[in-house]
Each structure stands twice: as structure tokens, then as C-alpha cells.
Design a protein around this ligand. Structure first.
Ligand SMILES: Cc1cc2nc3c(=O)[nH]c(=O)nc-3n(C[C@H](O)[C@H](O)[C@H](O)COP(=O)(O)OP(=O)(O)OC[C@H]3O[C@@H](n4cnc5c(N)ncnc54)[C@H](O)[C@@H]3O)c2cc1C
Length: 399
């Protein structure tokens, strides 16, 4: 029986396994350095206290168990030998017939911004989102305890990077503060959210419809949007800009860039400036016909040759394509090239509000867009939950 090893239990890795598991001739092994799958697309709601840890993390062993025939191994892969068809982790190794690398990306704390890494949080890892949530809750707690009748110190929360994740985090926090305003009173008004970007717009690369509607909503929520603002240094208590302005802050999250996961550094292959692997049109690494890469760790271009921003949508589409390719190879069928067209984008903008665009001509904002976004997320989450429930039952039978 041929073995497929999928490295990385993210959006791409899981979708790839879903596409492969029906092929009984294949043995499937999922490998991840964490025991859980982190739903980072939902991080904004977790940080702002709108959802809990069990809404954004699921146990990978139970999920795999749900298929009855997919094995999970917790391994932090350090090296891949493509000739020997083996992946290596600390004193462990695993041979493969087919390999899928979906190790994702991490926050790129630009080294040219002094103090950035030291003083800001990322949201690409569950541990970071967890710390950020604690800080945010601490601010609210502090405000709740401020003595009545006194003017409490105003608190600034800074979000560096106004891409999709930065915008979603800023909007959800601002919305939470507005909600808290009703319960802890006017003291919550002293918490200010700053969304900062070096670019002259929020959501660079998005359509005018998405940008304008998002701006309107952010303004309504009271988010201070600072575009064309280049951060040059981050101190423990203030952010310094290139134009010498300063912003005192309480805590900061940075969502301004990503770089491919460190495993890609160990792979001898052409890469772009953020370490993403340059794979061929069939998503093969270095022309190895049995080794593929998917998701955030690869550079993906559309038909016009434009680099696409890394999204869960692309991770899942590339994973579906690779699963089909592996099945096609087993049947000796030639597979066409990967088509990376983006179907649409939805931006969650706090509470029951979103902005979205599908197929370039369906444009929605407000509650309708929120319902559509929720439906997509819910369908994803429900799929995971159902699989986990089966896995849980399977495990109970064994124990
Ligand atoms: C706040 C936020 C909001 C977002 N909103 C959206 C959205 O609305 N829509 C959208 O499409 N996208 C959104 N994204 C982007 C989306 O989350 C990513 O594009 C997606 O997670 C990429 O999936 P992936 O499978 O490539 O990588 P990931 O989901 O990052 O998974 C990678 C996996 O690989 C594992 N791994 C890494 N290195 C190793 C190793 N050496 N050995 C073993 N395992 C390893 C990791 O533990 C992880 O489980 C958002 C991101 C954030 C942070």
C-alpha cells in the first residue's frame, strides 16, 4: 500500500486528507507539530472574547480517528530528504510514496522595525492569540475596576497592518468595546483602537467596494485608521513613525506581513522574498512528481501572473487539486495545471456585520454579508465537529 504523508494540519492539510481518504489503496498519515488544528480565520472573534478556545481549536488525533483509517503523528518536521522519500523530526523519521507539504506561514516581524518582535503579538499561532486575548481582557478588567467618578487613563491598542486579519481584529475589538460600553459604562470609551498601515489604503489589493465599505464600518466603530504611516521603531510604551510622530500604546498586535514556515528554509528550492516555495504549475516541489506543496507556504499566482494573498481559500483549493493529482497519478491519468482563481472574499467587521464580494459581481455588505460569511465558517466548523464526534466514538470503542 502506498503511503501519503501530509505535513501540516492546517486548512490545506485537512482538506487534502478529506480528498484522499476515500482511496482505500492509500495509507494516509497526517503530521503536525501541534496536537490541534487552529482555525486562525476565527482568531479575531476569539481575541475579542466572542468565542472560546473550543471554537477555534480541534484535536487532530480525534479528527483523524473520525475517518477510521487516517493516522495522526505529532512531529515537528525538521528536514525532508526528497531522494530518500523520508521526512525527519527529532529522532523520528517517516517514509512516504507521496508527500504534501502544507506547513503554512508565521508572522513576519520585520527586522528593520526595531523593537517590533519584542513588543508586539502575532495572531498566526494559537499561543499568541491566547496571550493577546488575555491582554485585551485585562484592559477591560482594569476599566471595570476604575473608580467611579474619576477619569481613568485612556488606553491605546495598536494593530500594525491593515490587511484582512488586522482589519478583522480591529473591527471586532472595537465592536466589543462598544458592547462593553453598555455594561461597564463610559469608562470603556477611554480605550482607543488604532489600525496602522504603511500603505496608503487599508486592505491593499482589494476592490474599491470592499475598501470603501470597510472604511465606513471602521469609522462607525470608532477605529482610528492611520494609513501611509510607516512604523520605524516600537518601544515598550510608544510607537515611533518615520515622520517622527509618536503614539503611546498599551499593547500591540502585528499583522503586517507573513513569511513561510521555517521548514521551507531547509528545502533546496527557489523561493520568493518571504520564503514561499516557488512550485511548478502542478504544485510539485523541484520537479519531484510525488512531492507537492500547498497553502500559505507557496507562492500562488492567478492567470494574469499576479501574486495572490495567502488565504484559507487558496490553501483549500490547492489541497483539493493535489488530492485529485495523487488520485489521478494512481490511475495514470494526466492532471491539468492548478487554476488559482479566487472565488470571493468576505471581511468580518465586528458583530453581525461583514462586507463581501463573490465572482467579482456579487457585492454584499451588512447583515446579509455576515450571514453568508457565517454560513461558510459554520459549514467548515460543522464538518470538523462531525468528524471529531465519529472519532471520539471510535476511540471510546477501543478504550
Ligand atoms: C486573523 C486572521 C484572519 C483570517 N481571515 C481569513 C479569511 O477570512 N479568509 C481566508 O481565506 N483566510 C483568512 N486568513 C488566512 C488563513 O488563515 C491562512 O491563509 C490559512 O490558515 C493557510 O492555511 P495553511 O493550511 O496553508 O496553513 P496553516 O493553517 O497555517 O497550517 C499550517 C500547519 O502546519 C503546521 N506546521 C508548521 N510547521 C510544521 C513542521 N515543521 N512540522 C509539522 N507541522 C508543521 C502548523 O502547526 C499548522 O497546523 C486569516 C488569517 C488570520 C491570522
Amino acid at each position: 500500500m502506498k503511503r501519503v504523508v501530509v505535513v501540516g494540519g492546517g486548512y490545506g492539510g485537512l482538506r487534502c486528507i478529506e480528498g484522499l481518504e476515500k482511496v482505500e489503496e492509500l495509507e494516509i498519515v497526517l503530521v503536525d507539530r501541534n496536537p490541534y488544528h487552529y482555525l486562525q480565520t476565527e482568531a479575531y472573534s476569539y481575541i475579542a472574547g466572542k468565542s472560546d478556545i473550543y471554537d477555534i481549536a480541534i484535536d487532530l488525533a480525534s479528527w483523524c480517528e473520525g475517518f477510521g483509517r487516517v493516522k495522526f503523528m505529532q512531529m515537528d518536521v525538521e528536514k525532508i530528504d526528497f531522494d530518500a522519500q523520508t521526512v525527519y523530526a527529532n529522532e523520528q523519521s517517516l517514509e512516504y510514496d507521496y508527500l504534501v507539504v502544507g506547513v503554512g506561514a508565521r508572522t513576519n516581524f520585520f527586522s528593520f522595525i526595531e523593537g517590533l518582535r519584542e513588543h508586539s503579538h502575532g495572531v498566526k499561532f494559537l499561543s499568541k492569540a491566547y496571550n493577546f486575548r488575555k491582554d485585551f481582557e485585562a484592559v477591560l478588567y482594569e476599566k471595570l475596576n476604575a473608580q467611579s467618578g474619576t477619569t481613568s487613563e485612556s488606553i491605546n491598542i495598536a494593530i500594525g497592518g491593515a490587511g484582512l486579519s488586522g482589519v478583522e481584529v480591529a473591527a471586532e475589538m472595537a465592536h466589543t468595546l462598544r458592547e462593553y460600553g453598555k455594561t461597564i459604562g463610559t469608562r470603556a470609551k477611554d480605550v482607543n483602537i488604532y489600525l496602522i498601515d504603511a500603505s496608503d489604503t487599508i486592505l491593499p489589493g482589494s476592490s474599491t467596494y470592499i475598501i470603501e465599505n470597510t472604511m465606513k464600518r471602521l469609522k462607525k466603530l470608532g477605529v482610528n485608521v492611520l494609513t501611509s504611516s510607516f512604523i520605524s521603531r516600537v518601544d515598550a510604551d510608544k510607537i515611533l513613525f518615520k515622520d517622527e510622530k509618536e503614539l503611546p500604546y498599551h499593547f500591540m498586535v502585528f499583522t503586517g506581513g507573513i513569511k513561510a514556515a521555517p521548514l521551507t528554509n531547509t528545502i533546496e528550492c527557489e523561493k520568493n522574498r518571504i520564503g514561499q516555495l516557488i512550485v511548478d504549475e502542478k504544485l510539485n516541489i523541484n520537479n519531484f512528481a510525488n512531492a507537492f506543496a500547498i497553502g500559505d507556504c507557496i507562492e500562488v499566482k492567478d492567470k494574469k501572473g499576479r501574486i495572490l494573498p495567502p488565504t484559507a481559500q487558496i490553501a483549500e483549493r490547492s489541497a483539493e487539486y493535489v488530492a485529485q493529482s495523487i488520485v489521478a497519478k494512481e490511475k495514470n491519468i494526466e492532471q491539468s495545471s492548478f487554476d488559482a482563481s479566487v472565488m470571493g472574499v468576505f471581511v468580518a467587521l465586528g458583530g453581525s456585520y461583514a462586507v463581501g464580494e463573490m465572482f467579482g459581481f456579487i457585492k454584499v455588505s451588512g447583515y446579509k454579508a455576515y450571514l453568508l460569511k457565517k454560513a461558510i465558517t459554520y459549514a467548515y466548523y460543522l464538518g470538523l465537529k462531525l468528524r471529531i464526534n465519529t472519532g471520539f466514538k471510535n476511540r471510546k470503542k477501543i478504550l
